[in-house]
Design a protein around this ligand. Structure first.
Ligand SMILES: Cc1ncc(COP(=O)(O)O)c(C=O)c1O
Length: 419
C-alpha cells in the first residue's frame, strides 16, 4: 500500500514539472491545447509525434521499492497520463483522472461518502446516475434528494442538510436539456457549507462549450464515451478538479478501486480530442438548423434546444455556455408511442440507439430506452412522455438529415400506412 501512495506523490511531482513546462509554452485556444498538451514528442524515446500506446502492465524498478515514474498500470501509465493532462487543460482544470466509464467515475466518487451522508441531485439526472443513487447508494445508507434546480436555483438551500456531502448538477440535463445556474448554486452551497462538493456532469456541453470549474464548481464529470471521444468506440469517464486534496483522495480511490481505462482506449480518446473543437462547432451548426426547422413543423409540439431563443433558460445559456452540442429533444404531437416508434423506424440516416455524441446521428425514445429505469411517476412529473424523442445530431450533410426527418415525420403521421 505504501508504494502505491508514494506513486501518487510521484505523479504529482511529475504533474508539477509538466505544468511548469506547459506554462512556458505559447498558448492560445482549446484547439491548440487539445493537440499539444501532454503530447510533447520529447516525452517518448525516439520523439514520436503521436503518443505511443504503452500496453505494459508493469514497469521495471531499478531498485526494489523505488519505481521510476510508473510501477503498475492500474496506478498509472504513460498513455493514460498524457490523456489526463490533455483533458485537464481543456477543462481549464489542474487535474484530471480517467475511469473505465462515466458511471465508473461516479462510483469511484461515491467512495468519498459514507452511510448517513446525503446527496442533492438535479431531478432530470441521467437515468444511470439516478439509478445508482436510488438503488445502490440507498442500500449503502446514503440518502438522495432530487430537486428541480432549473427554475428556482436559490431554493437549493432548502434541500441542504448538515449531512449533505455532494450536490450533483447535470446541465444541460439528459434528456430534457434543462439548465442549472452553476455559479449561483455553487455560491449558495459553499456559503452554506464550504465542504459540500459541487459536481457538474458536463457530458452534454463538453469542455468546449462550458467550464463549470471556472463558475465555482469543485468537480466536473464527463462520460468521455460521448462527445469528448466522439467516435462511439470507447466507454470511458473522467473527473476533473482544481483542489489538490480532492485530486489526491480521488487519485487514491482510482487505483484502490481499480475502475481504470485501458491504454488503448486512452489512446483513442486522446485522438478523438484532437478534433473536439471542429466537431462541436459542426454539431452545433447542424443542430441549430434542425431545431429551427422542427420548431415550425406542424407535427412537432415543442422543440427543446438551449441555443433557441424559445428555450426557457436562454438567458442562462448565454451567460454560462458559449454554445451547445448536437442534442435536441422534441415532443411529437399527440404523445402517441406508436407514432414515435413509426417515426424512428422509418428514418434511414438516424440510427435508433442509446448513447450520443458520435459523428453518426442517433435517435431514441427516452421513456422506453435510456430512461426506462426512472420510476414511471417520476418520468411523468419530469415530462419524459411517450412523445418525447431525443436526437443526437451527427456530422452528416445537414440537408440529408433534414430530408430524412421530413419524410419520416410524414410517414409517422400517415395513419393509413401500415405500422
Ligand atoms: C449525462 C451522462 N452522464 C453520465 C453517463 C454515464 O456514462 P457512461 O455510459 O460512460 O458510464 C451518461 C451516459 O449516457 C450520460 O448521458
Amino acid at each position: 500500500m505504501e508504494r502505491y501512495v508514494s506513486s501518487t506523490f510521484q505523479r504529482d511531482d511529475k504533474n508539477e514539472e509538466m505544468k511548469r513546462n506547459h506554462e512556458q509554452m505559447p498558448r492560445t485556444g482549446i484547439e491548440t491545447d487539445a493537440i499539444h498538451v501532454g503530447q510533447e514528442p520529447e516525452r517518448w524515446p525516439g520523439h514520436a509525434v503521436i503518443p505511443p500506446i504503452s500496453m505494459a502492465t508493469t514497469f521495471k524498478q531499478l531498485e526494489p521499492g523505488k519505481p521510476l515514474l510508473y510501477e503498475y498500470s492500474r496506478c498509472g501509465n504513460p498513455t493514460r497520463q498524457c490523456l489526463e493532462e490533455c483533458l485537464a487543460s481543456l477543462e481549464k482544470a489542474k487535474y484530471a483522472l480517467t475511469f473505465s466509464s462515466g458511471l465508473g467515475a461516479t462510483t469511484t466518487l461515491m467512495f468519498m461518502l459514507k452511510s448517513g451522508d446525503h446527496i442533492v441531485s438535479i431531478d432530470d439526472v441521467y437515468g444511470g446516475t439516478g439509478r445508482l443513487f436510488r438503488r445502490c447508494m440507498a442500500q449503502m445508507g446514503v440518502e438522495s434528494s432530487f430537486v428541480d434546480m432549473s427554475m428556482d436555483p436559490s431554493s437549493i438551500v432548502n434541500h441542504l442538510k448538515p449531512t449533505t456531502r455532494l450536490v450533483w448538477i447535470e446541465t444541460p440535463t439528459n434528456p430534457l436539456l434543462k439548465l442549472a445556474d452553476i455559479e449561483l448554486i455553487s455560491t449558495l452551497v459553499h456559503k452554506y457549507d464550504p465542504k459540500i462538493m459541487v459536481l457538474v456532469d458536463n457530458t452534454f456541453a463538453t469542455s468546449y462549450y462550458q467550464r463549470p470549474l471556472e463558475l465555482g464548481a469543485d468537480l466536473v464529470l464527463h462520460s468521455l464515451t460521448k462527445y469528448m471521444n466522439g467516435h462511439s468506440d470507447v466507454v470511458m469517464g473522467s473527473l476533473m478538479m482544481n483542489s489538490e486534496e480532492l485530486y489526491k483522495q480521488l487519485g487514491f480511490l482510482q487505483y484502490a478501486i481499480g475502475a481504470v481505462p485501458s491504454p488503448f482506449d486512452c489512446y483513442l480518446v486522446n485522438r478523438g480530442l484532437k478534433t473536439l473543437a471542429v466537431r462541436m462547432r459542426q454539431h452545433m451548426t447542424s443542430a441549430l438548423l434542425i431545431a429551427k426547422y422542427l420548431e415550425q413543423h406542424k407535427y412537432i409540439e415543442r422543440v427543446i434546444y438551449p441555443g433557441l431563443e424559445c428555450h426557457p433558460q436562454y438567458e442562462l445559456y448565454k451567460k454560462q455556455m458559449s454554445g451547445f452540442s448536437g442534442m435536441i429533444s422534441v415532443y411529437l404531437k399527440g404523445d402517441d408511442v406508436e407514432k414515435s416508434k413509426r417515426f424512428l423506424k422509418h428514418l434511414k440516416l438516424f440510427t435508433t440507439a442509446e448513447s450520443l455524441g458520435g459523428y453518426e446521428s442517433l435517435i431514441e425514445l427516452p421513456a422506453i430506452m435510456t430512461h426506462a429505469s426512472v420510476p414511471e411517476e417520476h418520468r411523468r412529473q419530469l415530462g419524459i412522455t411517450d412523445g418525447l424523442i431525443r436526437m443526437s445530431i451527427g456530422l452528416e450533410d445537414v440537408q440529408d438529415l433534414l430530408d430524412d426527418i421530413e419524410v419520416s415525420l410524414q410517414y409517422a403521421f400517415l395513419n393509413t400506412i401500415e405500422k
